[in-house]
Design a protein around this ligand. Structure first.
Ligand SMILES: *Cc1c(COP(=O)(O)O)cnc(C)c1O
Length: 366
């Protein structure tokens, strides 16, 4: 097997389960865009995209380079680049990526580029700000956008979209409903003035769960695919897709008074057995997990991290665990463990997953 390396295993079967779970919540003809930004939420974007390509309609990435990686891996489905940048327009077109144009600076730049290159009906996506106040056109921009679109045949609006600010938080229901209504009003103006119907999409994972009435033509599935529903009950319906595994590099026997790791942060008060694991903060294991804040699993038993997390290693207490050098270590292999890491480090599973660094090998099994 994957001996002697730390590896992030990605379970293809559970990916399929999670995708199907969300499909079952949607109308039959609602398209699915799968968000594979940030290396597929820290998993492996190209492998995930290849694995799912025949079952989804669209992919989205944050940045141009991420889209180029997908094309280089042979992905043929349309790829929306959520945050393209003006210096990348040439690359975007070269790789048949579809830019999100979110203000007049980039919209005008792309129109000028499309004119110069004599592109015909090049697919673009227009994003509207309805309350997140991150990126997006404002609703008052619609007339000028429409007049510019009417004057060119170089681009065609592939989709209109917006993003909810608090789809996971039902206390913000009123705000979200306003966002939905504002977006619907913007879309209506495009329907009135265009001779074709762009794809319309608004919902992320929590949006699908809480506001299915606003699914329009397509949804953008991110964290849910990777096993988290931003809600305990929903997460229970999903399956974990990523497991971080390693091995024991060395076992030490230490005596009372001896210390472990940098700054001598741990002192033994009895005879102990410790194991050194080749995974550290450079792999995405937060230093906040050291000093017994978190336990890995060695032969199915909890082994707390003792002392400080090093860049490349952690030391764990295996005094009461039967184990030997070379044995498998599970850093996490369940949603509960990932959630525990997130809670302990004051963050959310999104950050834990995306923090697993590129040094860790990815292995897709199915
Ligand atoms: C990241 C992102 C998503 C996916 O959100 P999840 O909460 O992970 O489902 C959808 N839309 C946009 C614009 C995004 O940036």
């Amino acid at each position: 097997m994957n001996s002697h390396v730390t590896v992030l295993e990605i379970d293809g079967n559970t990916l399929t389960h999670n995708l199907q779970y969300f499909k079952n919540k949607l109308e039959q003809d609602t398209k699915i865009l799968v968000v594979v930004k940030a290396f597929g939420y820290g998993s492996e974007a190209t492998k995930i995209a290849k694995f799912l390509e025949n079952n989804v309609d669209y992919f989205a990435v944050a940045y141009t380079d991420e889209g180029i990686d997908l094309r280089n891996a042979g992905i043929e489905k349309p790829i929306l680049v959520l945050h393209p940048q003006i210096p990348n327009l040439e690359l975007i077109v070269k790789h048949q990526l579809e830019p999100n144009l979110y203000n007049f600076t980039i919209f005008n730049a792309f129109l000028a580029f499309a004119d110069a290159k004599l592109l015909l009906n090049y697919p673009i996506h227009l994003k509207f700000n309805t309350g997140l106040n991150r990126i997006g056109f404002w609703h008052t921009d619609v007339p000028l956008i429409l007049s510019k679109i009417a004057a060119t045949s170089h681009v065609k609006i592939a989709s209109l979209f917006s993003h909810l600010a608090a789809s996971e938080d039902l206390n913000e229901n009123e705000f979200t409903i306003n966002q939905i209504n504002d977006f619907a009003f913007i879309v209506k103006q495009f329907y009135t003035h265009l001779s074709y119907k762009p794809i319309v999409h608004l919902l992320n994972t929590s949006g699908i769960i809480n506001y299915p009435q606003a699914q329009f033509d397509m949804v953008r599935l991110g964290i849910g695919l990777y096993g988290f529903g931003n809600d305990k009950n929903e997460t229970n319906q999903l399956k974990n897709i990523v497991s971080l595994k390693s091995i024991i590099s060395q076992i030490h026997k230490i005596e009372p008074g001896e210390t472990v790791g940098y700054n001598r942060a741990f002192t033994a008060n009895k005879s102990m057995k410790t194991a050194t694991i080749p995974v550290g903060h450079a792999d995405g294991i937060s230093r906040k997990l050291g000093n017994k804040k978190y336990s890995v699993l060695v032969n199915n038993q909890k082994a707390p991290i003792i002392g400080n997390v090093c860049m490349d290693m952690i030391m764990v207490d295996v005094s009461n665990i039967t184990c030997k050098e070379g044995d498998e270590v599970i850093v996490f292999n369940s949603q509960e463990m990932i959630q525990e890491i997130a809670d302990t480090t004051d963050t959310i599973p999104y950050e834990i997953l995306t923090a697993i660094s590129q040094r860790v090998k990815r292995l897709l099994t199915c």
